[in-house]
Design a protein around this ligand. Sequence first.
Ligand SMILES: *Cc1c(COP(=O)(O)O)cnc(C)c1O
Length: 228
Amino acid sequence: MDLSKNLKEVLEEIEDAKSKSRFNRDVKLIAVSKTHPVEMIKEISDLGIKDFGENKVQELTSKIDEVQDVDFHMIGNLQTNKVKYIYDKVKLIHSLDRIKLAKEINKRAANDNIKVDCLVQINIGNEDTKSGIKYEETEDFISKLVDFKNINIKGLMAIAPNTSDEDLIRNCFKKMNDMFEKIGSKSYDNVEMKYLSMGMSNDFKIAIEEGSNMVRIGSKIFGKRNYN
Ligand SMILES: *Cc1c(COP(=O)(O)O)cnc(C)c1O
């Protein structure tokens, strides 16, 4: 596995997609290191990428202890009872999708007098198998989050349906960008539409063309995973 070659290709494809996009947004790469060993994270870090995505709390905390000078992002479904292990250790939680979860994050953060940056996850394909709030409920949900003074909402996150139908995927990303801009045009306390986190190995080029400024790429950098 030549990680440096994989990374170079991904970075080139990101640049190519940016040049085709009508949005002039900088794109942040989150290297999704879930299931892969810390040695691979260190190798990618040495190549200049400092943001890593993980989806399991236990794996995340053990990696945080083992790798210095990088930022970890929680991109997976987060159980309320596991918030305590990560709320003050991650750069960004991409998967805020319930008031109950917001309450717990806020409580912990308030105790420590810190702010925790989160993205609101939207179930853009309206799939039973995926987490996230309903697209139609986004504004309502965000208006309720302003009560949580120790959470900063930094944007939106979505996972597109796993399909070969590119039009459908593109349409999902378009809708996400519409919402990103709509909410961004309003002023809520503690809410800033800074990051639109969408695009994975199979669809990040379409995502960037449609306005994504944060892509979460795993297998294209680290290779295939044996599980999830
Ligand atoms: C695993 C995962 C990714 C990366 O998926 P790849 O297809 O390997 O790029 C991105 N986002 C989330 C939320 C994930 O769980």
